[in-house]
Design a protein around this ligand. Structure first.
Ligand code: SF4
Length: 472
């Protein structure tokens, strides 16, 4: 089989950080003249970029691999990449014996090497009964800088470090990703520039803890410097820089000052807090001084009154009493986050919380999850309603149709919404705006997750006004 006809089918599971690695892998595959196919049956190489963060994610990854393995043809290659391959490679091979190769989290850039190794280095038939792994040492320096095309919608993720120094008792990530490894500032700026040249208008900064950037190079709190460098040295076509995964306690005054000063840094912060009761937070081995969180949030809101704050919580952590859970609800009501994501606790083998007594029953976890969401919904709605009457700039992500009438519906995001996890701005009756373009929209409706708007007339590309029914 000649390389030019080789096709790959890549499935990405898990978080945006995995998506970044998959984008990089695709770049390497395409550079080697492999072509992507949506149909696994037509692929010569099947790759699953797995997630190993929670038990449920692990089982999903194994399930996807098993499904592909069942249908796998003799001469097809099946590669398990990413977190689960790194963390539980042996288990992957035991449970999916048809996996031909493992590719670790910091070895995605070696995907072609792995394929060549499996095929015997000459593109010929694969050797049988032999598996190959490129897992790497999680503590090696993380310097890969491969320019990648932006994700759809003019937005791209920019990974600034890998690994984590925090001791969270429920988290497996440090055990297989190792300690924090920051990428060199210049490599990040170069990659940002390449992404913007390739069409990205928004860069979403990700890492396990973005706010710890630089600590491993003896320069803690380097994120403000990185943000300034990105704003000053990246092409002016970059419009939005968005910060995800901030750690309470690492949100410094300098960071807030740079966020408020630099026009390109959007007034948005994702700060996963995991809980809102100090007792639960202590058992989680997370920062438990809520005064510090209140202080960060007061400073952020004072510096950027329009800031949108997102957080995530875990409910049903071992030992979480009704009183502690009520503490979380009180905290949610007191802070009034713009956006809240939640998970039910999943005990992960090898983490300290796996051994903790007083595990919470699944029904109680589900019930608390529902109560947390019910508590947040009116707050999210109120925050969205406060946008009605404002002009917001949106990044066009695509088009849809209004279900009842078939009329066009433009889909975009404002600075208040991160890709993939937050809501959208829906613009009924409009089509034809290029994906990745920016436009001004007058907000005239609000739902819990999404906003509705109409564009300034001068920007309408192909307008045919249509009625839309808005939820109250
Ligand atoms: S900060 Fe995030 S990645 Fe780091 S240990 Fe805690 S939960 Fe895990």
């Amino acid at each position: 089989m000649s390389k030019s006809t080789t096709k790959y089918h890549l499935i990405t599971l898990g978080c945006p950080k995995n998506k970044v690695d998959s984008d990089g892998m695709e770049m390497m595959l395409r550079d080697a003249a492999l072509a992507s196919t949506e149909d696994p049956n037509k692929a010569d190489v099947l790759i699953v970029n797995t997630c190993g963060f929670l038990e449920a994610a692990k089982e999903e990854s194994i399930g996807v691999l098993q499904d592909l393995a069942r249908r796998k043809r003799h001469n097809q290659l099946l590669i398990a990449a990413g977190c689960l391959a790194q963390r539980n490679g042996d288990e992957v091979l035991a449970r999916v014996p048809k996996v031909d190769g493992l590719l670790g989290t910091r070895r995605w850039m070696d995907v072609m090497d792995l394929i060549e190794q499996i095929r015997g280095g000459n593109g010929g038939k694969k050797r049988t009964l032999q598996r190959y792994s490129l897992l790497g040492d999680p503590d090696v320096a993380y310097e890969a800088a491969v320019p990648r095309p932006p994700v759809m919608g003019g937005s791209a993720y920019l990974k600034i470090s890998d690994g984590c120094n925090a001791p969270c008792a429920f988290c497996t990530i440090p055990s297989f990703k190792g300690k924090l490894k920051s990428r060199p500032l210049n490599a990040i700026v170069d990659e940002a520039d390449a992404l913007v040249s390739a069409g990205a208008r928004e860069l979403v900064i990700v890492a396990q803890d973005t706010t710890d950037y630089g600590r491993d190079s003896g320069e803690p709190n380097s994120l403000p410097r990185l943000l300034s460098a990105l704003c000053n040295r990246t092409s002016s076509d970059l419009r939005w820089l968005r910060l995800m995964y901030a750690y309470p306690g690492h949100v410094s005054d300098e960071l807030i000052e740079v966020m408020a000063r630099e026009e390109k840094v959007v007034p948005y912060l994702d700060m996963p807090l995991q809980h809102g009761d100090p007792r639960t937070l202590r058992r989680m081995r997370r920062p438990s001084r809520l005064e510090m969180v209140y202080d960060h949030i007061a400073k952020l809101r004072a510096a950027m009154p329009q800031i949108a704050l997102r957080t995530t919580f875990i409910v049903g952590y071992p030992g979480e009493t009704e009183e502690e859970f009520q503490g979380l609800l009180d905290f949610v009501n007191a802070i009034e986050f713009d956006k809240v994501g939640a998970f039910t606790f999943s005990p992960e083998p090898t983490t300290p919380s796996f051994e903790l007594p007083d595990q919470v029953a699944d029904e109680i976890k589900a019930e608390r999850y529902a109560r947390l969401m019910e508590t947040q919904q009116p707050i999210s709605l109120k925050k969205n309603q406060a946008q009605v009457g404002k002009m917001l700039e949106i990044l066009v992500e695509g088009e849809g149709e209004i279900a009842d009438t078939g009329a066009p519906l433009l889909l975009g995001r404002s600075y208040r919404d991160a890709p993939e996890v937050d809501g959208l701005v829906l613009v009924p009756g409009v089509s034809g705006a290029p994906i990745g373009s920016m436009m001004q929209v007058h907000i005239n409706g609000a739902m819990e997750y999404d906003l509705v708007g109409e564009p300034l007339l001068s920007q309408v590309f192909n307008s045919s006004k249509a009625a839309v029914t808005l939820a109250e």
